[in-house]
Unconditional design. Structure first.
Length: 138
């Protein structure tokens, strides 16, 4: 492998910084809370053990974060339809709104960078990112 991975990693830091800047603008989500909220929003509803496994967290740590997000009104817990013993966690409308505001700040930042590229460069970038995303998912 040449230095392609290094270059892509370096470029991805721009996106990480955009996320951290957006989090700072919102002012109240830690990285851990954001990871949990994003995971539940993207892959939920889910139970606590599935969430902990997905994020490689202990069950107790995941439970504490879910407690905080539930108290903040960003996640909700309810019995699963198939089993009253299982608790399903899902993002609330408020939680999805927080994520949408975060994404809007990120999109503005990314959009400003994209505006500096030619239409051909943007098209190539979109195509290559889609391919990279598909390859990473395999």
């Amino acid at each position: 492998m040449d230095d392609s991975a290094w270059q892509i990693e370096e470029a991805s830091l721009v996106l990480v910084e955009a996320t951290l800047d957006a989090m700072a603008a919102l002012g109240y989500l830690s990285v851990t809370r954001l990871r949990v909220l994003l995971a539940v929003d993207r892959h939920g509803p889910m139970n606590l053990s599935s969430l902990a496994e997905r994020l490689d967290m202990s069950l107790s740590a995941a439970g504490r974060v879910v407690d905080r997000l539930d108290e903040a009104g960003l996640l909700s817990r309810a019995p699963a339809p198939h089993s009253r013993r299982e608790i399903r966690i899902q993002a609330t409308p408020e939680g999805r709104d927080v994520l949408e505001r975060l994404r809007a700040v990120r999109r503005r930042s990314i959009g400003q960078a994209l505006d500096r590229l030619s239409p051909t460069e943007r098209t190539t970038l979109f195509r290559m990112l889609r391919q990279l995303t598909e390859a990473a998912g395999q």
